[in-house]
Design a binder for this molecule. Structure first.
Ligand code: ADP
Ligand code: MG
Length: 397
């Protein structure tokens, strides 16, 4: 997968930007707040159709444009996929309703034709590393689930559908549990929601399980390389169906993959339904659904220590980097295309050897786009092979 051209209109600080990517290796150089990260964000938006940074899509529309009657931010890319050229366009449109309200609508066009959002996730594949992604390891399970869901959605459009049905069913079921708690009544209605949750939850769990197992294998290899065999990393999936929050810590990793591994979604669904019945009294008492993919987690271990608890900043950063390389290979395996790798300020906190090793991995990749405030962090030979862009106040040289 290659991006050949990018056009940004009213996106972040850019009123208008046209970029050609003639090279495999691309580096954007500039001081802080010049628009480097925004370019990577824009490219990744074309893959996920949601921003890897903004909490709210509206933030991506140029602030001055917001004063227009109908503010529109627009991204268009020419990409090469399976040897053929395609265009992909994302429009962020704010429509003003009555009494001062407004809402943002997203439109996706592939080769000029409008497409459904859910079906277009992952049409263009990219993997992004942002310095703040150390949160995947440092923060709570929410961040890890978000990471996993976004990663998987690029390879399995059907996953997004199951996830969306599942999440809606969980809120409906929680509302029902609350109602049963407060007003009592028949529990018959639970059967419908339990079925929907178990059915879609089973799909989510089995895909997550496979994805994490593959990521774990690839991560191990990349991590050994980047740390010159000094660190052995393990990534384990912790489905809440098996591992409760209370016993999450003491449970040895070896036991992690036992109960759901190699089970078909049908079998997971049966197990899920059985568990839901077992804990029904407790869930009615608490008024909330306590097991299922919305409570899943993953764990990163280095040399048998939990990285989230004991890891140094450098270790965590390296681990996120190897996770991203693993993600790249996983996507490649699933889609048959090497994703475009987007690396924001990645070299800054790595030591010399790790930088060198990482750069040599990139030289083998199909296309990488990097940003830096300091070109000196790159080897001379790497720079010679790269297209360098100097960026200042949203203007490119
Ligand atoms: N919606 C927006 N409209 C206008 N400017 C924005 C918008 N969002 C962010 N910016 C500005 O874009 C600038 C560049 O951001 P960024 O891409 O993060 O720069 P860099 O990565 O080069 O440090 C910042 O000064 C920020 O204030
Ligand atoms: Mg930046």
């Amino acid at each position: 997968m290659i991006i050949k051209h990018l056009s940004l209109t009213n996106f972040r600080a850019f009123k208008r930007l046209e970029l050609d990517f003639p090279s495999k290796l691309n580096i954007f150089v500039g001081k802080n707040a010049q628009g480097k990260t925004s370019i990577l964000e824009g490219i990744h938006l074309l893959s996920l159709l949601t921003s890897p940074i903004a909490g709210n899509d509206r933030q991506m529309i140029n602030l001055l444009t917001l004063e227009d009657d109908i503010p529109v931010g627009r991204l268009v890319a020419v990409i090469e996929k399976a040897g053929k050229q395609h265009s992909i366009e994302v429009r962020l449109i704010i429509s003003n309703g009555q009494n001062g309200t407004s809402r943002l609508r997203k439109e996706i066009l592939i080769d000029g034709g409008k497409r459904k959002l859910l079906e277009s996730v992952g049409y263009f594949n990219s993997v992004i590393f942002l310095p703040q992604m150390t949160r995947i390891i440092e923060d709570g399970p929410d961040e890890r689930r978000k990471y996993l869901d976004r990663t998987i959605s690029q390879a399995f459009p059907g996953y997004v559908r199951s996830l969306s049905i599942y999440n809606q069913a969980i809120s409906r079921r929680n509302a029902l549990l609350k109602q049963l708690l407060e007003q009592g009544g028949s529990r018959d209605q639970l059967v419908y929601w339990d079925n929907l949750i178990a059915e879609n939850g089973a799909v989510i769990i089995s895909i997550r399980e496979c994805a994490v197992n593959s990521l774990n294998e690839q991560m191990y290899i990349h991590h050994e390389q980047l740390t010159h065999n000094s660190e052995k990393i393990k990534l384990a999936y912790q489905p809440s169906l098996i591992v409760s929050e209370e016993d999450r810590d003491p449970l040895p990793l070896e036991l992690m993959h036992t109960e759901t591994t190699d089970k078909e979604p049908d079998q997971i669904k049966e197990y899920f339904l059985k568990k839901l019945l077992e804990i029904q009294d407790e869930e009615v008492r608490r008024g909330v659904t306590t097991i299922g993919p919305h409570r899943d987690d993953m764990r990163f271990m280095v040399n048998d220590l939990d990285l989230g608890i004991y890891g140094s900043r450098g270790q965590i950063r390296t681990a996120v980097m190897t996770l991203k390389l693993a993600e790249m290979h996983w996507l490649e395996k699933k889609t048959g295309e090497t994703p475009v790798l987007l690396l924001d300020e990645t070299l800054a906190e790595l030591d010399h050897q790790r930088r060198k090793d990482l750069l040599s991995v990139l030289e083998e990749n199909s296309q990488s786009i990097l940003t830096t405030t300091d070109l000196h962090l790159f080897d001379k030979s790497f720079i010679e092979k790269s297209k360098i862009w100097h960026i200042q106040s949203g203007k490119i040289e």
